[in-house]
Write a protein that binds this ligand. Structure first.
Ligand code: AOF
Ligand code: ZN
Length: 325
């Protein structure tokens, strides 16, 4: 017996959903989800990597199976990311997998970490496990699920390859054509746009803004319209060539839980953030800073929220994704 194609596709979904709940919580690690199936395709456990330093998704699934006395039934593991083969803050997942009776592993995306690349899958295959990638599954959802796995790891991949955080540039445009304050203070945008803006903040490890924006809008940059990750501390990076940011603003931002970084050079600031483990940053700034990011091709997702000219109507949202490098 082996899990059916339908059971595998369902497990891909479940692993993605588990991981997606922790997008924004795991830096400098990627979010990862894992499911263990028995030979009949029954789900034994489904877990996510919740935080850097905590158990990896595979280790969490194996531990959950152990607690339930189900370890000997593990037949197939489904992971959104290739299992690691190195000891970092936590022991290598491949060793934990090899200590179970697992016979096959289905992997969503390769690990782009240069210390890992290809090593995890190779080690498991060398030990006799059957290793497959999600897009190889003969199921109509397979390529879409594989794309979700790639998207989950894209910020981490960008951080590994380019040495800068993944950049989401958010821009809100009023019905009259002018820019809406990046703080998005209720007055201009509809409730759904505010929720979207706060979802973008939730998944970011840093908010990048400019001193001009702070002087004009006094934005809070906190996650308020949805629940934030427990214990999350973001960086607030302020581009400020002329040192205009008021000390009182910096103190208030720190009191809101931000770790404030002030810089005058865009690329230098991005490097500093990347070095501090920021894998995803959200740019919420005024026209000058926004233009600098877009003109220098320093963006990965450009989210444009347009206010409807009809009062009370929903805003429209356009998301432009930069092709993968
Ligand atoms: C996995 N499963 O759930 C995650 C992985 O310092 P560590 O021990 O937490 O290792 C971090 C690296 O492991 C990280 O850079 C990435 O390559 C990989 N993340 N791997 O097998 C997981 N989060
Ligand atoms: Zn691991």
């Amino acid at each position: 017996m082996r899990p059916s194609t339908a059971a595998l596709a369902d497990a891909f979904h479940a692993a993605l959903n588990a991981a997606e709940a922790y997008v924004g919580a795991t830096a400098p690690n990627p979010p990862v989800g894992c499911v263990a199936l028995d030979a009949d395709g029954l789900v034994l456990a489904c877990e996510a990597h919740q935080k850097a330093g905590a158990a990896h998704a595979e280790a969490a699934v194996i531990a959950a199976c152990g607690r339930r006395g189900l370890n000997q039934r593990i037949h197939t593991l489904i992971v959104t990311l290739e299992p690691c083969n190195h000891a970092g803050r936590t022991p290598p997942c491949v060793e934990a997998i090899l200590a179970t009776p697992a016979k096959s592993v289905w992997i969503g995306a390769r690990d782009p970490n240069p210390r890992v690349a290809g090593g995890g899958a190779g080690r498991l295959a060398a030990a006799g496990l059957e290793i497959s990638f999600w897009h190889e599954l003969d199921h109509s959802d397979a390529s879409g699920l594989k794309q979700r796995a790639d998207r989950l790891v894209a910020p981490f991949a960008t951080w590994c390859a380019l040495g800068r955080p993944w950049l989401t540039v958010k821009q809100a445009i009023a019905a009259g054509g002018g820019m809406i304050p990046p703080g998005g203070r209720g007055t201009f945008t509809s409730q759904s746009s505010l929720v979207l803006a706060h979802r973008l903040r939730r998944r970011a490890d840093a908010i990048i803004t400019g001193s001009g924006c702070i002087l004009v809008d006094d934005p809070a940059f906190t996650v308020r319209h949805i629940a934030d990750h427990a214990g999350k501390h973001r960086k607030l990076a302020i581009l400020d060539r002329r040192r205009r940011t008021p000390r009182s603003y910096v103190e208030a931002a720190k009191a809101r839980g931000f770790d404030v970084v002030i810089g005058s050079d865009l690329r230098g600031l991005l490097r500093e953030l990347a070095d501090a483990g920021v894998i995803e940053a959200l740019v919420e700034a005024g026209p000058t800073v926004l233009a600098a990011f877009l003109e220098h091709d320093l963006w990965d997702e450009h989210v444009v929220i347009r206010q409807s000219p009809i009062p009370g109507d929903q805003d429209t949202v356009d998301v432009r994704a930069r092709p993968a490098f």
